[in-house]
Design a protein around this ligand. Structure first.
Ligand SMILES: Cc1ncc(COP(=O)(O)O)c(C=O)c1O
Length: 385
């Protein structure tokens, strides 16, 4: 019988919208419904709300409001940057080669593949080590005279490893190559200061930091060409979602220290008890340099999808690798790229904590998980007889 208790440990897939965010959005659905492009009074109210949001976001990113664009999310932002960078390079007669890493989100990796396979551009991949870290020294082997963009994520969504973005971007700039980072998972936990990160482009999705789904940000440094006019990126603006996203970002950075302390203590409690109580389990990703909310494991001999199903039956929401890979019988390409053999990579489980997670949720989850792991392993042994 399905359990009544519900524990959500999939905050890297998405977060609930903060009630304060929802409140900030509501007036712009019905009362203040103007088009932010209209010049009349109702339009001007909408324009003011959008421009105030842009300023608020620019404060967090430490950039100019004019460098912030609104998109439907990080997938759209990443697509725009990759396509824009190679297109602009080709128009300037500079070829169109992209460097990215083997562990990027499909928004970047699949776009790079399509640009090469269908559109005649090319790309090269930076490899990662066993902890999922990209090494800046690897850039010299893959960057070329015609490289139009280097794109490396700030935090990997499946294993939580934080990448050395400021070092990578400095290496890129030493070669006159613009740099993009997919900062989706870092939002609300790590600094998004684009000057310190040294990035020319940065992508975000509001639903990862307690904002609404289907709205995101593209930061594009002024003067770095994307082959697009601002009006080609933004048409009729989604005013309530933009207002909600800026409110969510403002709250996330006003409350950053408390949130990070909360995430870190729960994550460490989770990792500590899983590793001490369950046999033959291994933490994936960097044990120290990892996202405060993120825990990811490999369970020897088990299938991550089966673990997710059994946890779900007991009221616990988790994912095997990333939300996009849920149910996919193939092992995670991120874990394969990190050097894990296929049979080990199959046993992956990602548990990510959030604002509403409690220590009791963690203890309950570890109790259930140890029970599920023991039962599934017993079943496997019996079937092997
Ligand atoms: C690292 C990373 N990049 C990009 C995305 C895509 O974000 P969205 O689906 O909001 O466009 C995600 C979403 O899971 C992600 O985790």
């Amino acid at each position: 019988m399905a359990s009544r208790r519900r524990v959500y440990l999939d905050y890297s897939a998405t977060t609930p919208t903060d009630p304060r965010v929802l409140d900030s959005m509501l007036p712009y659905f019905a009362a203040e419904y103007g088009n932010a492009r209209s010049s009349h009074g109702l339009g001007r109210v909408a324009t003011a709300a959008v421009e105030q949001s842009r300023e608020q976001i620019a404060k967090v990113l430490n950039c100019q409001p004019s460098e912030i664009y609104f998109t439907s999310g990080a997938s759209a932002s990443g697509n725009l940057v990759l396509r824009g960078a190679v297109w602009s390079a080709r128009q300037q007669g500079r070829g169109g080669h992209i460097v990215t890493s083997t562990i990027e989100h499909s928004a970047v990796l699949k776009t790079a593949e399509q640009l090469e396979n269908v559109m005649g551009f090319s790309y090269s991949l930076l490899s990662v080590d066993r902890l999922g870290s990209v090494h800046p020294a690897g850039l010299s082997a893959v960057s070329r005279a015609d490289t139009a963009l280097i794109s490396v994520m700030l935090v990997n969504n499946e294993v939580g490893t934080i990448q050395p973005i400021s070092t990578l971007s400095a290496e890129a700039h030493a070669r006159n190559i613009p740099f993009h980072t997919d900062a989706v998972q870092a939002a609300g936990q790590l600094s998004l200061d684009v000057q310190t990160l040294g990035v020319d482009f940065l992508s975000l999705s509001a639903h990862k930091f307690y904002g609404p789904k289907g709205i995101g940000i593209l930061y594009a440094r002024s003067g770095v060409d994307l082959g697009l006019e601002p009006s080609e990126i933004e048409a009729t603006l989604n005013v309530p979602f933009i207002v909600g996203m800026s409110k969510a970002l403002e709250l996330a950075y006003a409350e950053l220290d408390e949130r990070v302390a909360h995430f870190t203590s729960l994550r460490d409690r989770l990792i500590g008890s899983v590793l001490s109580r369950i046999p033959d389990v291994h933490l994936t990703g960097n044990p120290l340099n990892r996202l405060p909310s993120h825990a990811s494991f490999l369970f020897a001999g088990l299938d991550g999808n089966a673990l997710v199903t059994h946890l779900d039956m007991r009221g616990i929401a988790a994912s095997s690798a990333s939300a996009c890979k849920t149910g996919n019988p193939e092992p995670s390409s991120v874990l394969l790229a990190m050097g894990y053999p296929r049979k080990d990579a199959l046993g992956s489980l990602r548990l990510t904590v959030g604002l509403h997670t409690t220590p009791e949720d963690i203890d309950y989850t570890v109790d259930v998980l140890s029970d599920v792991v023991e039962k599934l392993r017993k079943l496997n042994r019996e079937m092997a007889l």
